[in-house]
Write a protein that binds this ligand. Structure first.
Ligand code: PMP
Length: 404
């Protein structure tokens, strides 16, 4: 048999999809599973957006578009991204439309690092697993910066400073954050920017796909700070804000890198789906009631799930500032039921209580000294949240080892 490349063999994945397959298997066997695994809104795209997609089909908008996207969408996205970020001078030609925001992670790494030369990329741990996977696949060196519970899952800027070397080419930031729901406050971003000003060779990839789901304070981007705009690739998109994950539309912006990102798209997807681009244009320019009401509903469910989780024996949960994830600490709960770690806990919770969550190790190596965590995506009904957390509490109570 011909061999696979080292690169293909080392390629990581999103374990959410692996656990999801496990959950679907159990569901097929007739098991009653309440799932908190999936990182997407549990709403359909707004009706007027659906209509715009249908209209594009009916009007014969079936062909390729320019690789950077249709002009009206680049214009609308530039205006939208600028308004969300304190009026940054984003021009339509600085914006590139992609098949989701995800592909820009690889394009950013490929555009700022060279293969096998020791170029380094710093990224948050825990974090969206594709960061580490793509850094390695692109032949750069992955350098995790640890997010700490005591900081509400931000990192210590002094730790960032210690990690930067002359080989550091890119820093990935993600706010609001998957999987912890943490946000980088303006104050935290100012401290990060102060470090970065001393290291002008470092690009920033600001993964701001959850920008509209920021509950703690109004959304703020590192690109708004002095000296940061030119070196920041801002990434946002339609997936989370307008419940359009399957439509595959993301936007990235940077004045210098836009033509480079465009060339990557020409070399891979050619362009994002034209139909989806017209729908995304309507999502941005049309009424925002649906987006606002989804946001409100996530906020209500956040408060519900955090309140309930904090009543579960052995579980504590910080209030996440954004996105739709809760990241409870289950260290004590693991001890109560005799589970070796969060992954053993997750498996037993799934098989014995019918509650599906992801474990911290699905998002990178556990942060030393920070204990065991699991991730709940609370993009689920109130009923599922109430029932799921009640099952978890009951499971822990029923399995608590009696003191000898
Ligand atoms: N970044 C983060 C942090 C995410 O959680 C996700 C989606 N789960 C993405 C990027 C990718 O989003 P998209 O659907 O736009 O590709």
């Amino acid at each position: 048999m011909p061999l696979l490349s080292q690169r293909a063999r080392s390629l990581g994945t999103e374990n959410a999809f692996v656990v999801l397959a496990e959950v679907n298997d159990l569901a097929r066997q007739g098991k009653d599973i309440i799932s908190f695994c999936i990182g997407q809104p549990d709403f359909p795209a707004p009706l007027h957006v659906q209509e715009a997609g249908i209209k594009a089909i009916r009007e014969g908008k079936h062909g390729y578009t320019p690789s950077a996207g249709i002009d009206p969408l680049r214009e609308a996205a530039a205006k939208y991204m600028a308004e969300m970020r304190g009026g940054l001078p984003i021009r339509p030609q600085d914006v590139v439309v992609g098949a989701g925001a995800k592909p820009f992670i690889a394009y950013a790494i490929l555009s700022t690092t060279d293969h096998g030369t020791g170029d380094e990329v710093i990224y948050p741990n825990p974090g969206f697993p594709i960061y580490e996977s793509q850094i390695i696949a692109c032949g750069a060196r992955p350098v995790p910066v640890q997010l700490r519970e005591e900081r509400d899952f931000a990192f210590d800027p002094a730790e960032l400073e210690r990690l930067i070397t002359p080989g550091t080419k890119l820093l990935i930031l993600n706010t609001p954050h998957n999987p912890t729901g943490g946000i980088l406050t303006r104050k935290a971003l100012e401290a990060i920017a102060a470090v970065l000003r001393k290291h002008p060779q470092v690009w920033i990839y600001a993964d701001e796909i959850y920008s509209r789901l920021c509950h703690a304070e109004s959304f703020f981007s590192i690109a708004q700070l002095p000296g940061m705009y030119e070196r920041t690739i801002i990434s946002d998109g339609a997936s989370k804000t307008w419940a359009m994950t399957g439509w595959r539309i993301g936007f990235a912006s940077n004045p210098q890198l836009a033509p480079v990102l465009t060339r990557w798209i020409t070399n891979t997807d050619s362009c994002a789906s034209q139909i989806s681009q017209w729908a995304a244009l309507e999502a941005i320019n049309g009424p925002q009631e649906a987006a606002e009401s989804m946001k409100q509903s996530f906020l209500e469910r956040r408060d519900l799930i955090v309140g309930l989780l904090n009543k579960v024996p052995g579980v504590t949960c910080r209030v996440p500032g954004g996105a739709f994830y809760a990241w409870p600490n289950v260290t004590e709960a693991c001890g109560l039921i005799g589970a070796a770690d969060s992954e053993a806990f997750r498996k037993r919770l799934l098989h014995e209580a019918g509650v599906a969550v992801l474990a911290d190790i699905h998002f990178g190596a556990r942060v030393a000294g920070d204990g065991q965590h699991v991730r709940f995506s609370y993009a689920a009904s109130r009923e599922a949240i109430e029932k799921g957390v009640a099952r978890m509490a009951q499971f822990i109570r029923a399995n608590t080892k009696k003191a000898a």
